[in-house]
Write a new protein. Structure first.
Length: 155
């Protein structure tokens, strides 16, 4: 099997629209941990749970867990309702801006979520090669959508 990175996207903090954390343009993780967090379910969302767990493991304070969720839609709904903040792919957070969820990068950190295309080592068929090229283009466009969205002044 070969693993080919298709796209990368930054993980950021999803913050309720009325949170005091919005005073920061880049939120220090220790400051974010003073507030409850909505975290990924370790069984249903193994990959992103591990990534977020690695980030949270590097700080001395354990997070206050408000809820564990199996989907980004539920996470963003709970964040919008004020249950807590959540670490999620920045593109997913930006999509929930109309519901009252604001994306903020973490200060001093730039964790990336990487999506891979796994396939056999054998020569790829034309259709698989086209799929891989298209997926890479989509990944590039998704990153382009974040330009301006990561700036607190752009909203």
């Amino acid at each position: 099997m070969t693993a080919e990175p298709i796209w990368r996207e930054p993980l950021a903090l999803a913050v309720p629209a009325r949170s005091p954390l919005l005073a920061y343009t880049h939120i220090p993780l220790p400051e974010a941990l003073r507030y409850p967090m909505v975290l990924w379910d370790p069984t249903a969302c193994t990959g992103i749970h591990r990534q977020v767990d690695r980030i949270l493991h590097d700080v001395t304070d354990a997070p206050i867990v408000a809820e564990r969720v199996a989907s980004s839609a539920l996470m963003m709904t709970l964040v919008a309702a004020g249950y807590g903040t959540g670490l999620a792919p920045a593109t997913q957070i930006v999509a929930y801006r109309p519901l009252g969820v604001v994306m903020r990068p973490l200060a001093g950190l730039s964790p990336q979520l990487i999506t891979y295309l796994l396939r056999p080592k054998a020569e790829a068929s034309d259709s698989v090669s086209r799929f891989a090229r298209r997926a890479m283009r989509v990944g590039s466009m998704r990153m382009g959508d974040l330009d301006g969205a990561s700036s607190p002044d752009s909203h």
